[in-house]
Design a protein around this ligand. Sequence first.
Ligand SMILES: Cc1cc2nc3c(=O)[nH]c(=O)nc-3n(C[C@H](O)[C@H](O)[C@H](O)COP(=O)(O)OP(=O)(O)OC[C@H]3O[C@@H](n4cnc5c(N)ncnc54)[C@H](O)[C@@H]3O)c2cc1C
Length: 376
Amino acid sequence: MNRARVAVIGTGVIGAMTAWQLARRGLEVLAFDSHSPGHDRGASAGESRIFRTAYKEGAEYVPLLRRSGQLWRELEQASGTRLLTRCGGLTIGGSEHPDVVAVRRSAEEHGLDHEVLAADAARKRFPQHRIEDEEVMVLDPEAGVLRPEPAVQAALRCAGEAGARVLSHHPVTGLAETAGGWRITSAGREFDADHIVFAPGPWARALEPLRALPVEIRTIAACWFAARDVALHRPDRLPIAIRRHPEAGFSCFPVLDGVAIKIVPHHLGWPVLERPGDLPRSVTPEFARGAADAAARLLPGVVPHPIRIGTFAEGFTPDEHALLGPLPGARHATVLTGFSGHGFKLAPVFGEIAADLVLGTEPAYDISRLDPDRFG
Ligand SMILES: Cc1cc2nc3c(=O)[nH]c(=O)nc-3n(C[C@H](O)[C@H](O)[C@H](O)COP(=O)(O)OP(=O)(O)OC[C@H]3O[C@@H](n4cnc5c(N)ncnc54)[C@H](O)[C@@H]3O)c2cc1C
């Protein structure tokens, strides 16, 4: 059989899922990464990620999220690894807050199961959150928590079992278009490919063919707080949550390590970086204090001093929707980058769409909103 050679550059969650989808369709896949799978220098690490189906970022994502949910289950079965715990998800805020309104709209438009709890009911059911009288909770029972590091490793393991070669600690340092594809330089060797899938996350603009893409690198920090009653904060009692309060905004994750819940503050800023390699390994005292204040104010069941802080780099586009499609100005190249803080849950379906694009098959979903050429 004359198999197409596809190179995947980057094996964060997006490249790993793409490699899996390409390899299971019988393509010859060679995947490169500067680091090892599940590393903590990019966007796909930090213990937990949110999966949601009622989507404030746009109701048009719902079909993609449904497909992603199926593929997460397929990957769990194929790899024998538990990756997604459907613990439910809460959006918490004033009933007129745009995110609360958007989640309700998304659920209503697509007939998704959901429940709206007024303040009293919310306090009784989820005492882990301090709720103001005018706040509501929207409960999405299909939401849950994903495990990022095992997910990346599971997808690459399945890709490997389907024949893909995964080259860790292989930074791609040279790229040249040839008559029929690409020549790639990595770790002092050259490789030929018929097609390249670029999945470099926040490193996009460090690669010459992607230099013009509008991908800004930002630091996102996560803070862990010890739970006083661990049992009350495990996934069987505490859904993932997105909190919108006039004084603080954050995403919140149940205890997975037996000790602490995690929050990712949204109200303290996500500083821009020149290069992902400049990622600071800690946060400023102001950030740590701001996160602690938010925990003290809104999470009554935790000790409000962070016991662990992690920093991660992510690529953002100007409209905070990803770039996914043929690479403008190049032949035989597909790009997936700029996931703007919400790409993890969708990675399996984005990998499937990338495989369609490589094979020249029309994807089953409308991805025009993600056109890499939309900024001109
Ligand atoms: C703290 C944080 C919290 C988040 N929370 C959520 C959430 O709850 N739910 C959700 O859905 N999304 C969330 N996101 C977003 C989501 O995690 C990202 O969109 C997703 O992980 C992006 O994956 P990626 O593969 O594009 O990037 P990365 O994981 O960064 O992978 C890119 C890979 O490319 C490699 N690479 C780059 N350049 C080269 C090169 N030249 N040669 C070889 N390899 C190269 C890098 O080493 C890296 O491994 C969050 C992101 C962060 C940072």
